[in-house]
Write a protein that binds this ligand. Structure first.
Ligand code: SF4
Ligand SMILES: [Zn+2]
Ligand SMILES: [Zn+2]
Length: 308
């Protein structure tokens, strides 16, 4: 297989673009996609201090790498969720990469301060991943506010975004569909959040990571097994095999059309938010999702054991 642009041997074939690229042209393509994402959604400025959320996996370390290549002012944030050996290995990868980039890595030890995600999910009677999502979102925002960052960047890719959209549509969660975007602007109590890799697939990110010798944790989180988001990703990959470009079309057409489709909902939503009475995070009730979650911990500590 030859590169579409220079006749050298291709390192990757991209059926969704009807293309194949050599090493140099693939890296150029990859960088262009990230630049386009940042520019079209006005995600970042060169003077911004950016908090990059890193898990030690390929997406987040690739994101950190490319933002650094582009000359952005970045700092990493790692949250220890207490997922046994997986968390230990993730932290090692994140620390080693911070060293390679010569950048600061902020580490928040949630597991030490509260408990591990699995235990918290059990107390709250929620799924592991939804519990984990609340905790991560809370600390991304809190650290960014407390330390004066301008934006929070996460490594969500096209596969993540398309799977999320599919899940929300399958359940007709219209408010979630409406909110889904590669950028969430600053609001009172909420820092701007950006997803500069949203134009790239997992396979493209893995190839970029390989070509740039990014040493990431290949192991998946043990709690990801059987999650619905994985099922949606697999379903989309199956469709993609039969009909290349469908995933891209599905998500990008949504982004193109959503402004018109959801115009009326935007008006209805104004003024609905209040602020958490404990931590000040915007929320829809008295307390934010994080404070409600961690409340389960204090309640469980107060409940006497029935066998005592
Ligand atoms: S798979 Fe679920 S539990 Fe594991 S890191 Fe991701 S969101 Fe958290
Ligand atoms: Zn080439
Ligand atoms: Zn709160």
């Amino acid at each position: 297989m030859k590169c579409r642009l220079c006749d050298s041997i291709a390192v990757i074939s991209l059926p969704r673009h009807n293309s194949a690229f050599c090493r140099n042209h693939f890296v150029e393509f990859f960088q262009k996609q990230v630049k386009r994402a940042i520019k079209s959604y006005r995600m970042l400025n060169k003077t911004d201090r950016i908090l990059v959320c890193v898990s030690g996996g390929k997406d987040s370390l690739t994101l950190w790498h490319i933002l650094n290549e582009f000359g952005y002012n970045t700092t990493g944030l790692y949250i220890n969720l207490g997922i046994g050996e997986y968390s230990e290995k993730s932290l090692e990868k994140a620390e080693a990469f911070a060293k390679r980039l010569n950048k600061e890595l902020i580490v928040v030890d949630f597991a030490e301060e509260y408990t591990d995600i699995k235990a918290l999910a059990r107390f709250a009677d929620r799924t592991d991943c939804s519990t984990c999502g609340v905790v991560k979102r809370y600390f991304f925002n809190r650290v960014a506010i407390e330390k004066g960052f301008d934006a929070v960047a996460t490594g969500h890719n096209l596969d993540d975004e398309a799977a999320r959209l599919l899940g929300n549509i399958l359940r007709w969660q219209v408010d979630l569909v409406q909110k889904q975007s590669p950028v969430l602007d600053n609001e009172e109590g909420l820092k701007k959040k950006v997803k500069p890799l949203f134009r790239l697939t997992e396979q493209e990110i893995a190839t970029y990571a390989f070509l740039n010798r990014i040493d990431y944790l290949r192991e998946e989180c043990p709690m990801s097994k059987g999650t619905t988001s994985l099922v949606y990703k697999e379903a989309l990959n199956r469709i993609e095999l039969e009909s290349p470009g469908t995933k891209h079309f599905f998500y990008f057409q949504f982004l193109e059309r959503k402004k018109d489709v959801f115009k009326h909902l935007k008006e209805d939503k104004k003024g609905v938010l209040s602020f958490c009475e404990r931590c000040g995070t915007p929320c829809s009730g008295e307390y934010c999702a994080f404070c409600r979650l961690t409340d389960y911990l204090s309640k469980s500590a107060q409940t006497p054991c029935e066998h005592a």
